[in-house]
Design a protein. Sequence first.
Lengths: 1220, 518
Amino acid sequence: MRSEDERYFQRLELQLDEAFDVAERAKERGADPVPEVEIPVAQDMADRVENILGIDGVAERVRELEGEMSREEAALELAEDFAEGRVGDYETKAGKVEGAVRTAVALLTEGVVAAPIEGIDKVEILENDDGTEFVNVYYAGPIRSAGGTAQALSVLVADYTRALVGIEQYDAREEEIERYAEEVSLYDKETGLQYTPKDKETKFIAKHMPIMLDGEATGDEEVSGFRDLERVDTNSARGGMCLVLAEGIALKAPKIQRYTRNLDEVDWPWLQDLIDGTYYDDAADDEDETDEESADEEGDESADGDEDAADADGEDDAPDPDEPQGPPRVDESMKFLRDLIAGRPVFSHPCAEGGFRLRYGRARNHGFATAGVHPAAMHLVDDFLATGTQIKTERPGKAAGVVPVDSIEGPTIKLANGDVRRIDDPEDALEIRNGVEKILDLGEYLVNYGEFVENNHPLAPASYTYEWWVQDLEAAGADVQALEDDPRIDLEFPDPEMALELAAEHDAPLHPEYTYLWHDLSVDAFCDLAAAVADGRVEGTGSDGDDTLVLDYDDATADALETIVIEHRQRADEDRIEIDTWRPFVRTVGCEPRQAVADGAALDPDPDEQRREPTIELERTWADDGLSERARNWGHDEDGDNAIEAVTEVAPFEVRERAPTRIGNRMGRPEKSERRDLSPPVHTLFPIGEAGGAQRNVADAASHAETMSDTPGVVELQIGRQRCGACGTETFKNRCPDCGERTDPDYRCPDCDQSLEPDDAGRVECDRCEREGTCVETREIDVKDEFRSALESVGERENAFEILKGVKGLSSTNKIPEPIEKGVLRAKHDVSAFKDGTVRYDMTDLPVTSVRASELDVDVGQLQALGYEEDIHGEPLTHEDQLVELKVQDIVLSDGAAEHMMQTADFIDDLLEQYYGLASFYELDERDDLVGELVFGMAPHTSAATVGRVIGFTSAAVGYAHPYFHAAKRRNCDGDEDCVMLLLDGLLNFSKSFLPDKRGGKMDAPLVMSSRIDPSEIDDEAHNMDIVSQYPREFYEATREQADPGEVDVQIAEDTLGTDGEYTGFEHTHDTTDIAMGPDLSAYKTLGSMMEKMDAQLELSRKLEAVDETDVAERVIEYHFLPDLIGNLRAFSRQETRCLDCSEKFRRMPLTGECRECGGRVNLTVHKGSVNKYMQTAIQVADEYDCRKYTKQRLEVLERSLESIFENDKNKQSGIEDFM
Amino acid sequence: MPLEASARIVSELTTRGYNAEREAVTKLAAAEDPHAALERVLENVPDDVLVVRADHVAAALPADGTGTAARSDAPADSESTPSTSTGTDATPGRESTESSPVETEGSSHVDRAADPDLRSLEIIGDMTGQSTGTGEYEDFVSVFRDRLDRLGSKLRGRVNHRPASAIEDMPGGSDVAMVGLVNDIRSTASGHWLIELEDATGTFPWLVMKDREYVDLVDELLCDEVLAMEGTLADDSGIAFVDSMYFPDVPRTYEPSTADRHVQAALISDVHVGSEEFMADAWDRFADWLHTDQARHVEYLLIGGDMVEGVGVYPDQDEELDIVDIYEQYEAFNEHLKKVPGDLEIVMIPGNHDAVRLAEPQPGFDEELREIMSAHDPRIVSNPSTVTIEGVSVLMYHGVSLDEVIAELPEEKASYDDPHKAMYQLLKKRHVAPQFGGHTRLAPEEEDYLVMEEVPDIFHTGHVHKLGFGKYHNVLAINSGCWQAQTDFQKSVNIDPDAGYAPIVDLDTLDVTVQKFS
């Protein structure tokens, strides 16, 4: 590690220590459930693993093993330790296996995700039919977050430990094997699996599995056969088990095999058969799976028809590998269009002309599952794209977060007045937006090399761009350095003369700026266009070169010009098409401008003409039949649909394919930057039952009385009983109300009421009754008194806040309430608590590796104060516009997040002063003061927080941070979101005691924090990001071969791991003016109703050249309206009912008609209105967008079904509309 | 002469606006060149004739048939006649009403079938056009109350029942009985069964001990079926211990009615026209067979739903459709229907693939579809409906609830291999689709049309594409097969459908013979 990196981390840790001290002092004084900070600091993965598991000694052992072997091997090594009792304090064999399995999962997930604690429920020992013992591992849903490899390895570790402690293998009964098969396919149908093994495969695995895979029921649907098995507790699908079996064992068999080979104790010879697929033979007699039924086909017949179709028209016209008849092209993939949702538009159909053009490169706010889009394009797609909006994309991955990059080419549009313009300035885009008739081209779409590596996607043919051209120029022998240094030449955007000169002088390809999309034009159209150009004339040939090519107006010519995306003006009524920048264009179509003094003066004497202007004639240098056979037939989809070869033959210079790869995409999720509120929001985790009304208003509860005879404010609640050790007072508080000492939970046996003490493992059990003890009791609490005294103790009055919201009840094991005082102060500062007591703010994750002070709304001084001394070129940092390389744990807050953090800081300061009686900590006056403060970053499904430092602010509704910071939280940036918390808020207010006592309760809670990021311990997806400033020419050439990304030499982050440079040197190929450009919010969020969104979506689809609006309408109906209609109709005819008064649910309408619980009114849960809300819209859309008859008929049939159910045949509804 | 010939002749005749007697068709088919023969017959029939009779054929063709042999090129010609099975060359409408003269005329088919006057056909429980429910909560309540009233009345005489609310107030240890809907079935921690019965006053829990003889019956129970329980009240009157259980059931001594003469009905279902897997050839053989002497007593054709494959029944269905247009599917079905003899009485109910609402009861097809399916003027009624033919009542129900019965009950009591056993369960419960909230969908109407108020003589279902029949307390239960070969979906779940079978019932004996056409 470089010394400056070390200094950086020390600084963070110092700051962290300071806050920790304050928090520790506060905690000692307050009445929190535990008198100390509950988030342990983990310096490395070993620490995290130990902290998450809570097993002493693991960290030390992990550190020992880490240097010597891979993590997987370490997991197996640890299994031995567990088996032999060297690690962990387990007496039972089951306990040893459990410890080993959990540790393995924790180790393989770097101690960040919740899978090891939430995904493995328990391990138990059961008996085989022959009386021997076997191991049963009980998985739960959250095992999902571990990923397939860790899941599969957990099974191996369980088996290995089993063998070591001397337990026999599991011998599955026949019906259990069948059950596995049925269950896996049921789970796939209900929830979906990434990989679904065939029934035979499942049975094969089940039959040979040496341990039993079991788990909790996760769904409502039950299996139809093989029910009520003795050793299987549930008839529903066991989600965790299905995941481990299908996505773990079945999918990752080769990986497990690598480790089983080296272990003598376990022998899984069947893995080879599984990998080879040879289990079919010996499973051949496993017939008869007639448990499903024919008419129930509604589930899974989604044939992969569309991909097949797309593949079919791939390369069928290239039979001769030596002499390709067409250009290299990627195949269309329709997958991203699946499940299209109303209101989320399609921007481009697969590989469609006019869609986004693939450009390779990484912008500084880019990489790690993002897509660079020009901000002008964001505006032109009616603001549907904003920074951070997720798009579902055709390639290379499935989804990406959108980032604004303005150093790429913008979109080209046709205005209502006939102007065709390329828009490279977002301001221009806003100005002309209302006049846009057609978006001919969406501009470039930046994807970095690393994305292709990460997705293992063959490289797609690259656009001919400046980065490539300039290397071609150099290869052609030009002195590029000299040209770049020449102040008169803008090499990236040269004027036409310069471009032509460079091409001619160095025999280099034409500059991309003047290379048009010839490959989209057919050879015939190209010939016609050349003819039209030859007939054209040049006007305004003056001294200043401000001349214009004028062609006769013709639809075909206009179409051709639109297809190749060249700026021009169409004036149909004047019979003119005008092209300003015409010279490279004219040369490309094989015409030579010839300067001539017009001697037509005699024919056309013009007395006003002062002097004869020289005119330019365009001479076509070639004839249609002069084209070679190859050029005439050059094409991709069909012969002759690509004019690039013809252009190459007729142009005096080489012309490259400007945009051979178009990438289809559609909108996924909108970006997010919102405070995390529970619903309804909660200020204090103090229970008030129903007394607070639907709002859970504590003040209301304080004055609530059930009947006249009740004391107002006294509410009966389930709450944890505490007892003061000093004076024996019974209370529910963490501090004795009498003597002020801390109290302890008072556990009793629910049967014999004997007082119990927790054992070392924290379990409380009554020896006599063999029942688990509890401290929870139902008692009357005087909420009024609690509320009043809380207000008093923090010195606030009720008018300090609008409303103070509590919770209905506590869901934690011991039901320990939070002091109301904290809630009072939260309400005062308008922040609300998450289930764990912390205040959170959610943001979509985006990466950034270099930043400017100016875009972060901070000044150079602030950056310098944070340790930024040099810009990316090594120059001293003096100016706001200089780029500096972001340090790995520094993050940029969205404006909203900053605002919320300010409020939280104020709350914390008040809390320290008014509740804990300490000095305030933050004392922020303005937003700038937030810079340098520490926060926690924390992602859902994980249990570890990562410390970050605020460096600045952005108006984009996203959280920008270093990709390593996101990867440390195990997020990528394809639309994922997670939260930030203010450091001291987490330290002071988080308590494990608040976490719900249910599956998943420990997810999304900071059970441990990482104080520094170790690049080798983060999600390795981030290691695939490229970190260079230029891709080599060989790379671009390899894309034409559609090479495997691994074959190309571009440096990625992985290459610097473990070196001094691992925290630095993240270079980029493209800059962007500001990391927040384009709209601040996606139109999806600013438009109102679903209908408005859908109208806008369909409207946009009409405007986009690359989108087939009928297909969009079809898909919206097919994937959104129809499923909604069908689903609701089905739900209607088999619905539950609910009591309006007490919310009791009934499977079927009670025969009494009224609620059996309270006598209240019962009503349907699915009404006519919710069933047919989209019916008319769907019919209208189908009609307006000319959908297929099949779709229309489906709607017709449905409409009649609705009528049949909801209308009385004998009394046809005549609504008001009939009379209007 | 291939069997399809008859069908071709019939369809050729119908497209030209003629109906034909069976014998006439047989004779034409027997001619050496049926196509030429047909042309000659049509040239010779009088203009006002709508039905081609055997004597027309006899008059037009020389007895030895050599008259047609001269035209040697004709057979090839007839082969190339466009097959009507594609359903696209339909000329619908013209023949729609012409079948009635056959029946009234009567006199000429003495040797084929009996006098049409002997026929009788009556429909009960057709709710087409009677759907009064508007999907309100009250509609649901009244439909379940109606179920309890009507099925309960079959049980109330058998036990000394009390309302649920009254039982609670009875002293512990009393003997009690109750009639109600099964509201809930749970197993207790100790392996007993707790069954909650509900009547119009509330619910009461009944405990079936695991060692009691009745415990096996618990496996058969479905939620929302009506039954009676008898037992002893626990000491605290909070629960009762079941001693006996009663189902509405079919009396063991039930004696079905039979027809007075030897007449047969063909019971089929699940034609699935429009599907790529529709077995047109098998259907044609079936239609041809109906024209033969062997089938001379078949005078009724009952079709138990799924005439067509439908649209949008499952995702991406269009990729597996031979005919994507739903109306064209019905037109094609009609063309296939035309091939059966015109003097058959046809009754049809819709199924879950048909273009009517999925929720049961399903009304018969709307006017537009009836217009299309006009061949031989079929009777189109709701699913379910009871049709009484010559005294024999046939309860026709498509059978969606069979899936649920098979899923919920143990394999030996209901399985796809023995679909009729699942039907026995429905007969026992006297309800075609008892369980609410699961697989089967319910549209609330003012009465429960799904109740079997009267015991049918024959119970006819389809839907599961498996053939199976048997008798339950003398009631004949038939699940007909289908006319759709194995689909990819069925293949994937290993279902082997019984396709191309027609069970034929002797209405005078209720004996079944199965004709195979695949």
